[in-house]
Ligand binder design. Structure first.
Ligand code: GLC
Length: 621
């Protein structure tokens, strides 16, 4: 597109959104005209900085706004260092990424962050600089360009709730510059912080208790919701919002396609509240969405909203005024591990029933686990009907998934264990939680066979859901927990490192050998990904429903789109199951092409079936 066309397109988008933008801005910042003008100027400047190639991609995506809603995207998240050492290393490994069938790459935080006080890169000291050991900003842009050439979209975190205490603003604040202290939450004494503490829960109750930290240098108290070295930004200050939005757009201009809004529910604080999900947060996210629509409309916003379902969905905004394009399917993820432990699908059925009832426009990111812990944010109101109370039930889940429960093959570690509240979260790789680690340790072939079957079934189930499935790097070759973090003083206190281990390239070599565990899982996942991409029943626009299996250990999911129907069954139980389904249609097993006897679909423990019926071809039977 030539420059003039592209400028016209920018002006059109600006005009389209300007009234709303102005209204939102004035409401948040009490008619602060000057700040609004400065925000607009920043937008214009960031658009001018946007490269031609990216503007072409914007135009392409604008003409196909559903580009991310189909059934052909498969994601993978990874730490650059753990995967390939450097950004250049990742560029060299793009063949492997393609070999995994991945076309959405989430690079975990890679911006400058002080060693030993980085929270895995989530304490950023410079939003314009890559961690020197990983490379440079130019390397990131070059990697993004390589990815685009291969039709791989790039996702990057935007850690917006806080900066590192080493960020230039924080340093100036520490040195006493008032203008910079006003970018954070500074208090002369503990009076107000103590009042906040009465209503604000804790994110890291054992690894970083409390929400405030005394700063010796400034002789003041500073708000630190996460670790003490992560200083909460004050978005009530329009300069903070403008500069942070500019930082986000800067990353988009490096070729980042998906911005993960880290910890977004926390970005607005108000005394007397829990400081989560406040209405102003939604105004800020809406403005950021508008900023992207104007400057870089090819970009997607992915909200990290790890909250109960009623708090998650509002982050999609409304049809007229959308906020995030994508959100994590977090309660479904936690309910899945509950199902692995209890072998009872009733909660998952209930949970999925709720997700299936949501508008199809909502895009979910599905995952079995990520770099964080699994928090047990389950629907306890529902579980109570079956006699499961929150505290003992969490204890059971943690016992089962850490292998403390008699007969459990899982291997995991607790996270932020708070015995006072009877609360703990859980860490572990998918393979270790499924029993692969224990099976290998005991050299137990039949256990290994079962554990890999379960691992494969969980992936098949994830691929069955509408949205973008995201693998955690290494899970495709059944990577186990990595306990070496216990010896690293910077990591030892944070058990999330157990499932963030380095990629094992020797193990990856075995991925095409189905005789090995790596090969068996890798080959299975590739097949599932291909089938998913080939069949329209997996499209995000499909109808979805819960299939009655008359068996509380077997989950049934139905999907229908344009004449194609999929019935998927997953046996979470310990015993083989035989399922009678009265779903209309003659079905063929997608994996082996054989006809299915609907009256007796057999599933081994940990087994699944994908059954398809093409009404266009078969006619209704
Ligand atoms: C998000 C990240 C987590 C990090 C936190 C603080 O929840 O996923 O890893 O600790 O934000 O930035």
């Amino acid at each position: 597109m030539n420059h003039e066309c592209s400028r016209q397109a920018f002006l059109r988008r600006l005009e389209e959104h300007e009234d709303e933008l102005k209204g939102l801005f004035e409401e948040l910042y009490q008619n602060d005209r000057e700040s609004y003008e400065s925000f607009l100027l920043m937008l214009r400047h960031m658009w001018e900085e946007r490269g031609e190639r990216l503007q072409d991609l914007d135009a392409e995506r604008e003409s196909n706004p559903a580009w991310y809603k189909g059934h052909d995207l498969v994601g993978m998240q990874m730490y650059v260092k753990a995967f390939a050492g450097t950004l250049q290393g990742v560029r060299e490994k793009l063949d492997y990424i393609e070999d995994c069938g991945v076309n959405y790459l989430h690079l975990m935080p890679l911006l400058e962050s002080p060693e030993g006080r980085s929270d895995g890169g989530y304490a950023v000291s410079d939003f314009r600089k890559v961690q020197p050991e990983l490379g440079t900003m130019a390397d990131l842009a070059a990697l993004a360009e390589d990815c685009h050439r291969r039709h791989i979209a790039v996702c990057l975190d935007f850690v917006m709730n806080h900066t590192s205490e080493d960020h230039d603003w924080a340093r100036r604040a520490k040195a006493g510059e008032r203008a910079y202290q006003q970018r954070y939450f500074f208090f002369d004494d503990w009076e107000i912080p103590i009042r906040f503490e009465r209503t604000v829960p804790q994110v890291f109750p054992t690894t970083a208790p409390g929400n405030f930290t005394w700063n010796q240098e400034a002789q003041k108290v500073v708000m630190t919701t996460f670790y003490p070295y992560q200083w909460d930004l004050n978005y009530r200050n329009p300069a903070v919002f403008r500069d942070m939005t500019e930082n986000m757009l800067f990353l988009c201009n490096q070729g980042v396609d998906i911005i993960r809004l880290d910890a977004v529910p926390y970005i607005w604080k108000e005394l007397g509240t829990n400081c989560r999900n406040l209405p102003q947060v939604h105004s800020l996210v809406r403005i950021m969405r508008i900023a992207c629509e104007i400057v870089c409309p090819g970009t997607l916003l992915l909200g990290e909203v790890v909250m109960e379902p009623s708090k998650v969905v509002p982050y999609f905004g409304t049809v007229d005024k959308p906020e995030c394009h994508l959100l994590y399917n977090v309660t479904t993820m936690a309910s899945t591990w509950h199902t692995v432990a209890t072998k009872d699908v009733r909660l998952l059925r209930h949970q999925l029933g709720q997700v299936f009832a949501l508008p199809k426009e909502y895009g979910f990111l599905n995952y079995l686990r990520c770099h964080d812990d699994v928090g047990w944010g389950l629907d306890y109101g529902f579980l109570r009907w079956f006699g499961m109370e929150e505290v003992p039930h969490k204890k059971f889940l943690n016992d089962y998934l850490t292998g403390m429960w008699l007969g459990s093959p899982a291997r995991g570690e607790l996270y932020n264990n708070d015995p006072r509240l009877g609360d703990a979260r859980l860490c572990g790789t998918t393979a270790s939680l499924c029993g692969v680690e224990l099976a290998r340790e005991r050299n137990n072939g039949s256990l290994l066979d079962w554990a890999l079957r379960l691992d494969e079934m969980l992936h098949a189930y994830m691929f069955t859901l509408s949205g973008i499935p995201v693998l955690y790097s290494g899970d495709e070759i059944a990577r186990q927990n990595d306990y070496s973090y216990h010896d690293d003083p910077h990591k030892a206190v944070d058990s999330r490192w157990v499932h963030r281990g380095d990629m094992d390239w020797e193990a990856a070599e075995k991925r095409h050998d189905p005789e090995t565990a790596e090969g068996r899982l890798f080959t299975a996942l590739r097949l599932l990904e291909n089938l998913r991409a080939e069949h329209r029943a997996f499209d995000g626009a499909a109808d979805t429903w819960i299939v009655n299996t008359a068996n509380d250990s077997v989950l049934g999911i139905g999907r229908y789109y344009q004449g194609e129907k999929l019935v998927a069954l997953f046996n979470f139980g310990e015993r083989e199951a035989s399922i009678y389904t009265d779903e209309l249609g003659d079905f063929t097993d997608l994996l082996n092409g054989e006809r299915v006897d609907k009256r007796a679909v057999r599933l081994p423990s940990g087994g699944f079936r994908w059954m398809i019926c093409d009404f266009n071809r078969e006619g209704i039977t």
